[in-house]
Design a binder for this molecule. Structure first.
Ligand code: TMP
Length: 208
C-alpha cells in the first residue's frame, strides 16, 4: 500500500522481555520534551475486536491455529493503520509504534507460516515504516526478565524455544532489510539503552 504523509513512522520490534514497551514509551516522552509532536501506539490494539480476541488468547492453554492468529493480527493492523497511524502521519506527527508487521513475520513465522507469504500479505495493506529499531536480547535473559516482572509469569507466546525461533527470524529480517533496520543490543541497564535510543533517533530525525 502506498501512502503519502509528512510524518515519520518509527517502529519498535523485539522478542518479549526486550523492553520495547518501556523504551518506546520513554522515547515518545523524550521527543515530546524536545518539541517533537510524537505519539505512541501499539499492536495488537486494545480496542478492536480482533485485537481483543488476540489479547484474550495470550493466556489460553491452547494457541489459536496459526492461520487464524495471523488473520486476526492482519485485521487488527488494518484498523490500527486506518484509525491511528495514517491520520497522525498525515498530521505530520512522529508515530512510534510498539510492534508492527515484522512481529507477524517473526512470531507467526516461528509457528511455521511461510514468512514471505506473511510479508507479502502485510505489504498489501500496510505502509513501510521509516525506521525499525530491533531491541535485541538473548532468550535466557528475556525469559528471566519476564518471570521477574510479571505476576502471571511467562505466557504461551514466550516459551524459550518459541522465542529463540522468533529472534532468529528478526535477525534474518534485519539482514534482509539493512537500510530499514537498526539493531540495538539491550543487554544492559535501561538508562543506557534509552540513551542509545535517544541518540540514534534524534540523529535520525535531524537528518530527514
Ligand atoms: P506485547 O507483549 O508486545 O503487547 O505483544 C503481545 C504478543 O503478541 C507478543 O507475544 C507478540 C505477539 N504478536 C504476534 O504474534 N504477531 C503480531 O503481529 C503482533 C503485533 C504481536
Amino acid at each position: 500500500m502506498s501512502e503519502t504523509s509528512s510524518g515519520v513512522f518509527i517502529c519498535f520490534e523485539g522478542i518479549d522481555g526486550s523492553g520495547k514497551t518501556t523504551h518506546s514509551r520513554l522515547i515518545t516522552g523524550y521527543l515530546r520534551g524536545l518539541g517533537f509532536d510524537a505519539v505512541y501506539t501499539t499492536e495488537p490494539t486494545r480496542y478492536s475486536l480482533p485485537g481483543r480476541k488476540l489479547r484474550e488468547s495470550f493466556f489460553a492453554p491452547e494457541r489459536l491455529p496459526v492461520e487464524e492468529e495471523f488473520q486476526l493480527f492482519l485485521e487488527d493492523r488494518k484498523i490500527h493503520l486506518k484509525d491511528e497511524v495514517i491520520p497522525q502521519l498525515k498530521d505530520g506527527k512522529t508515530v512510534i509504534t510498539d510492534r508492527y508487521y515484522f512481529s507477524s513475520v517473526a512470531y507467526q513465522g516461528s509457528r511455521g507460516l511461510d514468512w514471505q507469504f506473511i510479508l507479502d500479505e502485510n505489504l498489501k495493506v500496510s505502509i513501510v515504516p521509516n525506521l525499525v529499531l530491533l531491541l535485541d536480547l538473548d532468550v535466557d535473559e528475556a525469559v528471566s526478565r519476564i518471570a521477574s516482572e510479571r505476576e502471571e509469569g511467562v505466557n504461551t507466546f514466550e516459551k524459550k524455544e518459541n522465542l529463540q525461533r522468533v529472534r532468529d527470524i528478526y535477525h534474518k529480517l534485519a539482514d534482509k532489510f539493512p537500510d530499514l533496520f537498526h539493531v540495538l543490543n539491550v543487554n544492559k541497564p535501561i538508562q543506557e539503552v534509552q540513551e542509545d535510543i535517544q541518540d540514534f533517533i534524534v540523529n535520525f530525525l535531524s537528518t530527514r
